[in-house]
Write a protein that binds this ligand. Structure first.
Ligand code: GLA
Length: 370
């Protein structure tokens, strides 16, 4: 194995989404934040057009594949690495083979975007290594291209933008129509608050198919309404628009998207006014909409949200794509233990796998470490 002397180390964070769920692929608004947990990639170029990948994580055995692999040729966790090389190549960028070493403290399978963080970190490293001149949005889009075109997950751009534009102490207002990312100050400790993240450990069942189905029905609804995306429909209240849609399921899905965009705007207004405590009700309303209208929650997510609220959380909701994954709960800083305990007890009573909790700290986005 021959290798080039230059080694680049880069990292990118996982994310939680404060509010604005299933809006990004509808040209809408989301308010994610990068978290302190990161994926770190050490990149060593090779001369033999082969990519070798190793990970420190248990159960992730080493993989090797050609730089120019095609979708379907690589499976398992290394698909995210192969997808990045494919995305670059099909975008006309030439990079050499490489050895890629991965370390991560982003929980995997918790809906905290560990795979997008991996893709972004690798792209940052490759950009530096091969001097590609990519900006942060280019990198986010390439990571999305890898996910959509190689991995086969029809996701939006929110997670990658959060990983690339995260800032300490801030949530990031992502406008998918403008493809812009604006930091919104969210100083939780100054307000005596904490954002609790609880990984429910619920298995992700049918997540991709159900996600794609919702994406399709939103796109079909936009066509019926004669607009390019649901973002173009700005209505508050939204009920008048819904009567133009025939079936009841589509009406509910569209209602979720339209009301969720409005909730993001309301949340941003409150944060800008320094009223962090008051966003709690909006978080909970988002969960109810995702549960009843968009139908992307599972029992573990609903039980965790209800338990958090019963134990005094100011607001709580599922975060990410749903069908498993994590919830967030906005709590008074001294209430994190009772809220976590209550969720654990409710899970134990129902025979659910024990959940895992930590406190999210709005953190910096991706970058070169050395
Ligand atoms: C997943 C996707 C994102 C977004 C969310 C739902 O995290 O990767 O693009 O659609 O689901 O808001």
């Amino acid at each position: 194995m021959s290798s080039h002397p230059d080694t680049v180390v880069a990292s990118a964070p996982g994310r939680v989404n404060l509010i604005g769920e299933h809006t990004d692929y509808n040209g809408g608004l989301a308010l994610p934040m990068a978290i302190a947990q990161r994926v770190t990639v050490t990149l060593r170029p090779r001369r033999d057009r082969i990519v070798g990948v190793t990970s420190a994580a248990p159960g992730m055995s080493p993989a090797e594949f050609p730089v120019d692999s095609e979708p379907g040729q690589v499976d398992g966790w290394a698909v995210h690495v192969a997808g990045v090389f494919w995305a670059l190549r099909t975008a006309g960028r030439v990079v050499p083979g490489a050895d890629v070493e991965i370390k991560s403290d982003v929980p995997v399978g918790a809906g905290l975007s560990s795979s997008h963080a991996l893709e972004c970190a690798l792209l940052v490293a490759l950009d530096r290594q091969a001097d590609l001149g990519l900006d942060r949005t280019d990198i986010a889009r390439l990571a999305q291209r890898a996910e959509n075109g190689y991995v086969g997950a029809p996701t939006g751009l929110m997670d990658q933008m959060a990983a690339m534009y995260g800032q300490e102490g801030c949530a990031i207002l992502f406008d998918a129509d403008q493809v812009s990312a604006d930091p919104i100050p969210c100083d939780l400790p100054a307000a005596g608050l904490a954002l609790l993240v609880v990984d429910t450990k619920a298995p992700h069942r049918h997540a991709d198919g159900e996600y794609g189905a919702r994406r399709h029905s939103c796109e079909a609804a936009a066509r019926t309404l004669g607009v390019s995306s649901l973002r173009a429909v700005q209505a508050d209240p939204v009920e008048g628009v819904l009567t133009q849609l025939e079936d009841e399921i589509t009406q509910r899905r569209v209602r979720h998207v339209l009301t969720e965009n409005n909730r993001v705007l309301d949340t941003v207004r409150l944060l800008r006014a320094g009223r962090i405590r008051d966003i709690g009700a909006l978080l909970t309303a988002s969960h109810v909409s995702l549960r009843d209208d968009y139908e992307v929650t599972v029992a573990q997510l609903d039980v965790a949200v209800d338990a958090a609220l019963a134990a005094g959380a100011l607001g709580a909701r599922m975060t990410g794509g749903g069908f498993g994954g994590s919830i967030i709960a906005l709590v008074d800083a001294e209430r994190t233990a009772p809220v976590t305990d209550r969720i654990r007890a409710e899970f134990a009573a129902r025979g659910f796998t024990a959940p895992q909790a930590f406190t999210a700290v709005p953190s910096a986005g991706a970058g070169v470490d050395q």
